[in-house]
Design a protein around this ligand. Structure first.
Ligand SMILES: Cc1ncc(COP(=O)(O)O)c(C=O)c1O
Length: 473
């Protein structure tokens, strides 16, 4: 299986097209589209783009093309600059113009590359991106164009995706406990696939949307994940039969089974066990006369650079388990709900030092400790980091060049509010920094922007979108 080759300018055009609401939704990698058809599309888009470029307003850098489309700036980076170099350049130019606001740089090329990797490594699985993870319009539109489906949890999320022209059949309403008005909204818009894990959900469906295609969510082992979801969602495999019998008695259509191994899953074995349990649930459904034909293997795939086990390792185990439990001859559609996999590594956050303090108490080794107040924190992009108590996986790096022989000091990084919970990291070794310096945080695309609380009304950081040549399709 080969991917259609798209060169840099074409993929730039592609993304530009993605970002315009006027351009129709044309899935790209879904069925590995016919290349000639795609080239025709891209040529049209290229002409359109040339026209639109006349409206170009702001040049971030004279070196790079900045396209202004529908209110969105997208900077195309050729081989001479990586996203990280752009980030540094942006920090310097923002400081020079008196703008110290925290910001992000997001590489849409990284997202495209992830998609290709997903399609290559998990050929039997169609991804339905989990919107909750990062719902910036540019991300959603890029993924819609690439042909992913979407996993939504509320009417607002359904709305965002439907407005982009994504067909209702490419959406799964992946919240097992739904407000009745939200179920009605899904019904009005033809979104049929939805998850459930208890009786009371079945009563709501029977009363307000009997045409829904229900997917039974079972519990998976979440113990080895950064964020467990199994405490709240999913029915235990031993209780499936009762629940499916109840569904049958209410004339509810059950079409499949789903699970979630927890976000930031660290154990490939969790997928193997969950797929085996899903097989059991399928068989129970079939025994009760249901046509079981959807298996949803949820999210949990790694998205950070350097995460172990790697995505390839997960894919190897998943493919093997799928082949053992769900033969290719069985008419089963296999989908997944990846969130952090797609976006985590594409986003890097840049925070500015607002205040520097020396902590009077020395550390255990008698070293000076420095404390820095930054302009984004727990109530902004770092809420999940705060909740993720035992495992802080943040790896910040300094925005300016410094002599690596310089002494490093234990440093505490705080967010901008007065709350003492607003601590980003409490013991990270850094060279001595000054007010106005930048600190960068990589792997910040997942559950960051989407969890911004607006506490103290600190504005959410602006995102600069780039498309790097090295990473684009
Ligand atoms: C129902 C559901 N699907 C998918 C996801 C995405 O998970 P991840 O970002 O780990 O892939 C989540 C995350 O909480 C979820 O609750």
């Amino acid at each position: 299986m080969t991917f259609p080759y798209i060169n840099f300018v074409q993929s730039a055009c592609l993304v530009s097209a993605v970002l315009q609401s006027s351009v129709a939704y044309v899935p790209l990698c879904k069925e590995f589209l016919d290349l000639s058809e795609m080239e025709t599309n891209l040529n049209c888009i290229a002409c359109h783009l040339q026209e639109r470029n006349r409206e170009k307003t702001e040049d971030i850098s004279p070196l790079h093309t900045c396209i202004f489309l529908g209110g969105i700036n997208l900077t195309l980076l050729d081989n001479s600059m990586s996203a990280q170099q752009f980030l540094k350049q942006k920090a310097t130019s923002n400081s020079a113009s008196g703008n110290e606001d925290a910001f992000y740089v997001a590489d849409l090329g990284d997202i495209m590359q992830k998609h290709c990797q997903f399609m290559k490594e998990l050929p039997r699985v169609k991804p339905f991106y989990a919107v909750k993870c990062n719902s910036t319009r540019e991300v959603l539109q890029t993924l819609a164009y690439l042909g992913t489906g979407f996993a939504c949890c509320s009417t607002a999320e359904l709305d965002m995706v439907l407005r982009m022209g994504v067909p209702a059949t490419d959406i799964v309403y992946a919240n097992p406990c739904k407000q009745i008005s939200h179920i009605r909204y899904a019904a009005e818009h033809g979104v049929r696939r939805m998850t459930f894990d208890c009786e009371s959900e079945l009563f709501k469906i029977a009363a307000s949307y009997p045409q829904a295609e229900m997917i039974l969510q079972i519990v998976a082992d979440n113990r080895d994940s950064w964020h467990s979801l199994s405490g709240k969602c999913g029915v235990h495999i031993n209780e499936c039969e009762n629940l499916l019998e109840k569904a049958k008695s209410l004339n509810i259509q059950v079409f499949g089974v789903s699970f979630h191994t927890g976000s930031g899953c660290k154990n490939t074995h969790s997928f193997r066990k969950a797929i085996e349990d899903a097989r059991k649930a399928f068989d129970i459904g079939k025994k009760l006369g249901y046509k079981m034909r959807i298996l949803d293997i949820g999210g949990g795939f790694p998205g950070d650079t350097e995460f172990l086990p790697t995505f390839e390792k997960f894919a190897e185990v998943i493919n093997k388990s799928l082949d053992q439990c769900f033969s290719c001859n069985e008419d089963v559609e296999i989908i997944a709900e990846p969130g952090r996999y797609y976006v985590s590594s594409a986003f890097t956050a840049a925070l500015n030092i607002v205040t520097k303090k020396e902590v009077t108490k020395k550390d255990g080794e008698g070293r000076r400790t420095l404390s820095y107040i930054l302009n984004d924190g727990t109530f902004g992009s770092f809420l999940l980091n705060y909740l993720q108590i035992e495992e802080k996986n943040l790896k910040p790096f300094v925005g300016k060049d410094f002599d690596t022989a310089l002494e490093l000091f234990p440093s505490i990084l705080w967010g901008p509010t007065c709350a003492s919970e607003d601590e980003i990291l409490n013991n990270v070794d850094l060279p001595e920094l000054e007010m106005g310096d930048w600190i960068f945080f990589p792997n910040m695309g997942a559950y960051t922007i989407s969890m911004n609380s607006n506490f103290n009304a600190f504005a959410a950081p602006k995102v600069y979108f780039v498309l790097t040549k090295e990473k684009s399709l």
